[in-house]
Each structure stands twice: as structure tokens, then as C-alpha cells.
Design a protein around this ligand. Structure first.
Ligand code: GTP
Length: 597
């Protein structure tokens, strides 16, 4: 295909504004799939993704479109993840395209993630075509939203395309805008190969698949390729495109998107953003802007049943094959035994991995409190990154501790602004900006990441009845007065429950955890003391009174089957408990104790 007949584009949108629905319509309109094949949204592959309605992995589809000008165009649609945790993947996907469709729900207007994504697209020099979606809804206000796009984002929206992705209204308008308004790609087919590694994942049949965008040169079967950052060299077994099923082709040239398949053992060699070149005739320079995605949130994952440890190790390595941004290393906990310290891009990423472990691998796990990565400076001059609160040394050995800060953008209807501002200041936020977009306020805050990782998002949603939207970027590290709070159950520290907090919040959080554990730990045959302490200083204490009751006592007389059922139930309950000294703590207590109020 000549470059002038190729258009590479992505769709950017806030969650639920209709990106996947529009993608499906475009695929359908270009005849790539029959109606029956369209029953499920094509671009969202994973089950969890479908259930949660969020796009996790970037995907691509090659479409052919006979345009009104008489030419048939190749349209490469690049799906991008919508959630803030996957911002880096968004930026790589955008780097693979020349333009974006900016989808805004005409009944909702511009949201926090609309802004975050569109600014990334502007940074990537994209031509942006605004799309006003859901104009079939009675509540749609396309004119208001059009003005909002101009005011807030600052891009012209005069010729924004009004559509309904749901009913299919004016999908052709979108296709025509793509071919007439987006620029074609550029590139030199005779230059040394430079291909952007956009994504990689593990396919059970084919092994590791790499999604690439060719910038310069050509890539064909049998080529020996080199990943410029990792240095790994492979022979290419297959080159192809997604149409949307995988279709092998002879080669890929500049401006094209497709996949390559080689005998690659580990996705760890295939970092998103790396440049692929020809091993025999390498490019002198890698493409700009490669940075590996770094986990910002860590937590421990432990099998409830110690016998599941090997199974957990095996499952984690399988997940890692599919997700190079997920990290793990073995660790041991005095309380929980053998497990793994796992690193994630954010809280949603953490939840998704946890859910996949339980659902796809059938593992019962205890997760410790999520923690951010602190920088610890020791009095003896050393600096280390602290992933686990339990590793924080005695305060006498610490010179200073630094914590990561983020820049957060929150958009919320005026009515809920008050509580949102209080939440931010409660969490040590510093207001940078407060402006209005119609009747919605846009607040920009600097916040310590550790105040956000537990439940900030949940709280934000609940105090705004679901109307607030939130997005953030990592900013810098700053020194802070941080302390480790240990939780002791009958004088024994439960390392999995220890956490790091700002000194000003230590006491109230310690108290609230003790109070919760009191509710959550079942009474036992002896008295249980629950304490929170900083070093050796106890800052909170609760006591659970003793209990002496046989569960079967209720079963008067001889109803043996009922009695057996109760005992069975009790046994089942036991499996989900962890023994601390003589005290048993149910798994639910861990999770609940770690949520703040
Ligand atoms: P993420 O994948 O979570 O980023 O969401 P998305 O932006 O892909 O949204 P999706 O396409 O899943 O659509 C969200 C909801 O809006 C779905 O229930 C769609 O059926 C609905 N929807 C999408 N387009 C339209 C439209 O034009 N009109 C109406 N009425 N509903 C629509």
C-alpha cells in the first residue's frame, strides 16, 4: 500500500464514553467481520476486561475502506487503554499513530481522562478529530459539549462529527473524517529498520506475539531482529496483520502496523516502547522516548494454603508472560510464610492481577497492604528503595525518608466540590488550581501517592455519587515525616499488617485498624490484645474478650446431620484463617483492616 493511502489512528475517550462501541462499528462498517462475529466487543479480549468494561491491553485492527474519493484506504485502528494505571501504554500506542479520534459523550461532556489522554495525543503531535457520541440520547447536548471542547481543551471543534455509535448513525462521517483530515504516515522503505514495539503478550499457541509499528525500513519473515534496549536477538518466524484475526503477510513497510512472531521465550525481552531493528544492518539510533514502565504500588501475595506456594509461583510466571509491567519476587513473612512481593502500575492493575489469580488459577490468597516505593536514606549514607513496610529499619538508623507525589486532576459537579476538597486536604493534598468547565469544577492537586493507594478513588466516587473523575501522573519524591506503624496481636507483631504513614495520621489510623480488627477477629477461648505501635511506643489498644462456647452447643439433641454440617462449616472457615501464635485471623480481617475510613 502506498503511504498516501494509509491512516493510523487511535481512539481516545473517558471510560464509558463509547470507545469500544465505536471501534466495533468501524470494524463492522469496513466489513471485516460478519454481524454474527460481532456479538461480543471485538477489541476487549480478556474476560475481566469485558466484565469491567475497561480496556487493558492495546490492540490493533487493520481495516480497508473504499472512500468517497474513489481510493481504498488501509485504516489501522489502535485501541488504547483508558485507565490512568496504563498511561504509559497509552503514550506508546499514540506514538504509533498520526491522529486520534477524540470521543466525548455528548450527554456527559469532557472528563478527567478525556483531558489526560488528549494532552498526550497533542504531545504526540496528533491531528485530532473530535467526535460527539451518543447524540441519540435525549440528554445529549452536542452544542454545549462542542463549546466545552474548544474552551477546555483548546482545540477547534467546529467540524466535530456528531454520531451515535450505538445506533450506527453517521459512522461514515467518521470514516471520511479519518481519510480527509488525518495525515498519512511518512517513512523510508530503504532505510535501516526502525520499528516501535507497541505491545507484547503471550499466546498459548504461538508463544510471544509482538505488536509493531514500522517507522523506517521493512520487516519480513526470516529477518534477524534486535531489540535495541534489551539487546535480545531473534529470527522472525511470521509477520502479519490483525484483520482483526491474525493474517500472515510477506512483509511490513513504513507506516504499517502488524505483528511479528519469533521463538521468544520471555516477554521480559520485549519491552513496550523499545525499538526493533535489523541485527545485520542496525539503525544508528533508537526511537525517542523509551522508558520501561515501573511499578509504583507493591504488595505481598501469600497463599492461604501453604501447599499452594509452587502453584502461585507458576501462576505468577504465567501472568508475567502476558504482562511485562507486572513484577514479582519471592519474600517471606513471619506471619504469612512464603509468598511474593508484587509490583503493579497502580491499584487497578493490582486488583486485576489479584482477580485473575483467583479466577483463572483458582488461588486463595492473602494480600498485604499496598505500599508505594519509598526512598530510604540511612544514617550510614546508603540509599535504598523500600517496597515493603516491614523492611523499614529502626528510626535511629534512618537519616530521612522520601515519598512519591503525584499531580492529580479531579473533575466534579459543583454540588460535590466541598467534600472533594476536604478529602484532598485530609490526604495532605496541595491545591494547584481550581477552575470551572461549565458547571463542573476542575481541581488540580499535588498529593502524596501513599494517601491515594488505599481507597482514595473509592472515597472520591462515594462522596460524589459517582460523578467525580480522576486522573494522575507521577511527579517527584519529597522528604516527609513518615513512620512505620506495627500491629501486634497478643504482643506478636503481624508483619503483614504493618504500614507506613505520615506521623500526623499515625495515631488515628492505628486506632481505626485496632478497632476494626476487634470487630473482625472472632472471639476465641482467651483474651486477645490488639495494639498499634510506633517502635516500642503503643499508640492504640483494643481487647477482645474471651469466649467459651462449642459451636455445636446450639444443636440440642440428636440432629447429627445438622451437627456435622456445622462442624464442616467451621472447618471450611478454618481453612481461610491464619494462625498468629494462638490467635486465628480470618482473611477478610486483613483486607478490611487495611481500608481507611
Ligand atoms: P471503556 O472500554 O471502559 O473505556 O469504555 P468505552 O469508552 O469503550 O465505552 P463502551 O463502548 O463500552 O460504551 C459504554 C456504554 O455506552 C455502553 O453501555 C454502550 O452501549 C453505551 N454507548 C456507546 N455508544 C453509545 C451511543 O452512541 N448511544 C448510547 N445511547 N449509548 C452508547
Amino acid at each position: 500500500t502506498p503511504l498516501s493511502l494509509i491512516r493510523n489512528f487511535s481512539i481516545i475517550a473517558h471510560i464509558d464514553h463509547g470507545k469500544s462501541t465505536l471501534a466495533d462499528r468501524l470494524i463492522q462498517a469496513c466489513g471485516a467481520l460478519t454481524a454474527r462475529e460481532m456479538t461480543n466487543q471485538v477489541l476487549d479480549n480478556m474476560d475481566i476486561e469485558r466484565e469491567r468494561g475497561i480496556t487493558i491491553k492495546a490492540q490493533t485492527v487493520r481495516l480497508t475502506y473504499p472512500a468517497k474519493d474513489g481510493n481504498t484506504y488501509v485504516l489501522n485502528l489502535m485501541d488504547t487503554p483508558g485507565h490512568v494505571d496504563f498511561a504509559y501504554e497509552v503514550s506508546r500506542s499514540l506514538a504509533a499513530c498520526e491522529g486520534s479520534l477524540l470521543v466525548v459523550d455528548a450527554s456527559q461532556g469532557v472528563e478527567a481522562q478525556t483531558l489526560a489522554n488528549v494532552y498526550q495525543a497533542i504531545d504526540a503531535n496528533h491531528e485530532i478529530v473530535p467526535i460527539l457520541n451518543k447524540i441519540d440520547l435525549p440528554a445529549a447536548e452536542p452544542e454545549r459539549v462542542r463549546a466545552q471542547i474548544e474552551d477546555v481543551i483548546g482545540i477547534p471543534a467546529d467540524d466535530a462529527v456528531g454520531i451515535s455509535a450505538k445506533t450506527g448513525l453517521n459512522i461514515e462521517g467518521v470514516l471520511e473524517a479519518l481519510v480527509t483530515r488525518l495525515p498519512p504516515p511518512t517513512g523510508d522503505a530503504t532505510a535501516p529498520l526502525q520499528a516501535l514495539l507497541v505491545d507484547s503478550w503471550y499466546d498459548a499457541y504461538l508463544g510471544v506475539i509482538i505488536l509493531v509499528r514500522i517507522m523506517q525500513g521493512r520487516l519480513k519473515r526470516g529477518d534477524k531482529i534486535r531489540m535495541m534496549a534489551s539487546g535480545a536477538v531473534y529470527a522472525v518466524d511470521q509477520v502479519g496483520v490483525f484483520a482483526p484475526r491474525m493474517v500472515p503477510v510477506d512483509d511490513l513497510g513504513p507506516g504499517e502496523m502488524g505483528y511479528i512472531n519469533a521463538a521468544i521465550k520471555t516477554v521480559a525481552d520485549c519491552n513496550v516502547g523499545d525499538t526493533i531493528t535489523d541485527d545485520r544492518r542496525p539503525a544508528t539510533q533508537a526511537l525517542a522516548g523509551f522508558k520501561p514502565s515501573i511499578p509504583v504500588v507493591w504488595c505481598g501475595l501469600y497463599p492461604i494454603d501453604a501447599d499452594d506456594f509452587e502453584k502461585l509461583r507458576d501462576s505468577l510466571s504465567k501472568l508475567r508472560l502476558n504482562d511485562a509491567s507486572f513484577h514479582y519476587e519471592a519474600e517471606t513473612s513471619a506471619a504469612l510464610g512464603f509468598g511474593f512481593r508484587c509490583g503493579f502500575l497502580g491499584l487497578l492493575h493490582l486488583e486485576i492481577i489479584q482477580e485473575r489469580l483467583s479466577r483463572e488459577f483458582n488461588l486463595d490468597l492473602i494480600a498485604t497492604a499496598p505500599s508505594v516505593v519509598y526512598r530510604l536514606y540511612r544514617t550510614n549514607g546508603g540509599m535504598e528503595e523500600l517496597h515493603n513496610p516491614a523492611d523499614m529499619p529502626d528510626s535511629s538508623l534512618i537519616e530521612k525518608v522520601e515519598e512519591p507525589w503525584i499531580n492529580a486532576t479531579i473533575m466534579v459537579p459543583d454540588d460535590y466540590l466541598g467534600p472533594v476538597l476536604s478529602l484532598c486536604s485530609e490526604r495532605r493534598g496541595i491545591q494547584k488550581d481550581l477552575t470551572y468547565v461549565g458547571n463542573r469544577a476542575m481541581a488540580v492537586y499535588r498529593l502524596p501517592l501513599n494517601e491515594v493507594v488505599f481507597d482514595f478513588y473509592d472515597r472520591l466516587k462515594s462522596i460524589s455519587r459517582g460523578y467525580a473523575s480522576f486522573d494522575y501522573q507521577m511527579d517527584d519524591y519529597q522528604e516527609s515525616d513518615l513512620v512505620r506503624i506495627s500491629i501486634l496481636v497478643n504482643q506478636e507483631p503481624v508483619d503483614a499488617l504493618s504500614f507506613i504513614a505520615h506521623r500526623s495520621a499515625a495515631e488515628s489510623r492505628g486506632r481505626s485498624i485496632c478497632a476494626k480488627l476487634k470487630e473482625l477477629i472472632p472471639r476465641q477461648l482467651f483474651k486477645i490484645a490488639i495494639q498499634a505501635a510506633i517502635g516500642s511506643r503503643v499508640i492504640a489498644r483494643e481487647t477482645i474478650g474471651a469466649l467459651s462456647k462449642d459451636v455445636t452447643a446450639k444443636c440440642y439433641g440428636g440432629d447429627i446431620s445438622r451437627k456435622r454440617k456445622l462442624l464442616e462449616k467451621q472447618k471450611e472457615g478454618k481453612k481461610r484463617m491464619r494462625q498468629f501464635g494462638k490467635v486465628e485471623i480470618p482473611q477478610s480481617a486483613f483486607l478490611a483492616a487495611l481500608k481507611m475510613d
